[in-house]
Design a protein around this ligand. Structure first.
Ligand SMILES: Cc1cc2nc3c(=O)[nH]c(=O)nc-3n(C[C@H](O)[C@H](O)[C@H](O)COP(=O)(O)OP(=O)(O)OC[C@H]3O[C@@H](n4cnc5c(N)ncnc54)[C@H](O)[C@@H]3O)c2cc1C
Length: 448
């Protein structure tokens, strides 16, 4: 596998201290290793939210499906994210979407964002999953008075774009909402909720298995070859034949699996920490007592929420180099930012810190569609760090595409035109991480 980062990024190193593994350990997600000859109608590569939603939908439709993960289901971002089930996925502006894809393209994307959140909520209810759901919508926190005024001006446009009624909280009222941390006001978007990412993941694994999907771990697909009957895939111990192929490897993708993917995705590291469980007195000392998931309105964003057992989970972008030393350095930086935002918790230990890969595209838009060079193969990736809802939704959409279901299918999810357009290759190819360095530098300047 040719992958853009060094070995450490694809090892267990970055998740050794992940808070979510306390309740759902890797061993709880173990599935058999693929071996011998395996024949399936549908093969899925990648066992995160995208692949598992696809597997579940296919199996529930009565299809014969086998899913392969290089490590175990949930090894990637889906087992280690911040738990924001929220809008997002594309970073392209409305103007860019309309210019590239025609009138109405932006509205399609915004509708898909809303539908993605609803998809996860419905799935959790239908499967009866206990995912520690909390927070009603999300809060955008203003880091300066000018930014709060910008939020106030943007409010009508945000309401129009998503067809919702947002709420402004003035700086003076933040404390009474349990959101005290020196911000200058907030805008509450009444869409989305927070969840325990691994509990959702484990629920998907159980549901997909009981619907009849065959899940395999420790089974990296190392080769994909088109064949008369569809595709032949190779793992270290198995040879797989499948009629249709679904690729859901997102930030953990390889440049050559399939070669069409080469330079079309840009993994970026994201880092998180979590405090130990805090007492009510400790929460009161800071004045942050709300379960509201929140993020700071900076370009180099911080995002955070209190879990139901009162641990603060706090995330931000990671470094450009994946290594144990760099992870430790970034963890210190995340802690310093955490201390700045929550000064009353400076003495509270943060025993958990971890990192993982999100995935960007050059079009700033997710891809969800047929792979042009490989008839019968489909892929979805590039959720720009917002894949809890959008990855789940695109997984269902991939299943619809692979099944060939048509517009008459009432369960079929709508794929925006913008998502069906293959993203171009990044300029600079193997050196494309330089874009991140440039973007982070620019963001640091404009955030001041
Ligand atoms: C630290 C962090 C915090 C985040 N916070 C949030 C958040 O709060 N809200 C939000 O919406 N999004 C968040 N995200 C992003 C979100 O987690 C991802 O967008 C989403 O999980 C992507 O799901 P996926 O199934 O497409 O990919 P992944 O979950 O990354 O799964 C890809 C899988 O593919 C497997 N794989 C790769 N290559 C092969 C191969 N050749 N053979 C077999 N298997 C292979 C990998 O082992 C991996 O398990 C965060 C991400 C990170 C890293």
């Amino acid at each position: 596998m040719k992958r853009p980062y060094g070995h450490y990024a694809y090892s267990l190193g970055p998740i050794r201290k992940c808070a979510w593994t306390e309740e759902i350990a890797a061993v709880d997600l173990q599935v058999p290793t693929a071996s011998g000859m395996i024949i399936a109608d549908f093969a899925i590569i990648g066992g995160g939210y995208t692949g598992l939603n696809a597997a579940l939908a296919l199996a529930e439709a009565g299809a014969d499906v086998a899913l392969f993960d290089a490590e175990f289901p949930g090894f990637g971002a889906s087992g280690r994210n911040g738990g924001f089930c929220c809008i997002g996925g594309a970073r392209a502006s409305d103007a860019q979407l309309e210019r590239r894809h025609g009138r109405g393209a932006a509205a399609e994307v915004r509708q898909a964002e809303m539908a993605a959140v609803a998809h996860v909520a419905t799935l959790i209810d239908r499967l009866g999953l206990d995912v520690d759901r909390h927070s009603e919508g999300e809060a955008m926190m203003a880091h300066s008075p000018a930014k709060f005024e910008a939020l106030r001006r943007a409010q009508p446009e945000i309401d129009r774009r998503y067809g919702v009624k947002t709420r402004l909280i003035e700086a003076s009222a933040l404390a009474e909402h349990g959101l005290n941390s020196g911000f200058h006001g907030a805008l509450i978007l009444p869409v989305g909720f927070a969840l325990h990412p691994r509990k959702y993941l484990a629920g998907l694994v159980a549901a997909a298995k009981s619907a009849g999907a065959r899940l395999f771990g420790d089974s990296p697909v190392t080769a994909i070859a088109p064949a008369a009957e569809g595709f032949r895939l190779t793992t270290p111990q198995a040879s797989i034949r499948a009629r249709r192929l679904l690729i859901s490897t997102n930030g953990y993708s390889a440049e050559n699996l399939p070669p069409w993917l080469r330079h079309r995705f840009l993994p970026a590291q994201s880092s998180m920490l979590a405090t130990r469980v805090m007492s009510p007195a400790e929460l009161a000392a800071q004045g942050w007592t709300s379960p509201q998931m929140a993020y700071e309105d900076r370009r180099l964003l911080h995002y955070f929420h209190l879990t139901p057992d009162n641990r603060m989970v706090f995330g931000q972008r990671g470094g450009l180099i994946a290594s144990q030393a760099n992870d430790a350095r970034i963890a210190q930086k995340v802690r310093a930012d955490f201390d700045r935002l929550f000064p009353a918790w400076r003495a509270v230990e943060t025993p958990h810190h971890w990192s993982g890969m999100v995935c960007l595209t050059a079009s700033l838009t997710p891809f969800c569609g047929a792979i042009p060079e490989l008839p019968g193969a489909f892929a979805a990736f590039g959720y720009h760090g917002n894949g809890v809802a959008m990855g789940s939704y695109c997984g269902k959409a991939l299943a619809d595409l692979a099944l060939g279901s048509n517009g008459n299918d009432p369960d079929r999810v709508a794929i925006p035109r913008a998502f069906a357009a293959p993203p171009p290759r990044f300029p600079l190819g193997p050196l494309r991480r330089a874009w991140l360095a440039a973007e982070y530098g620019w963001a640091r300047l404009t955030d001041r």
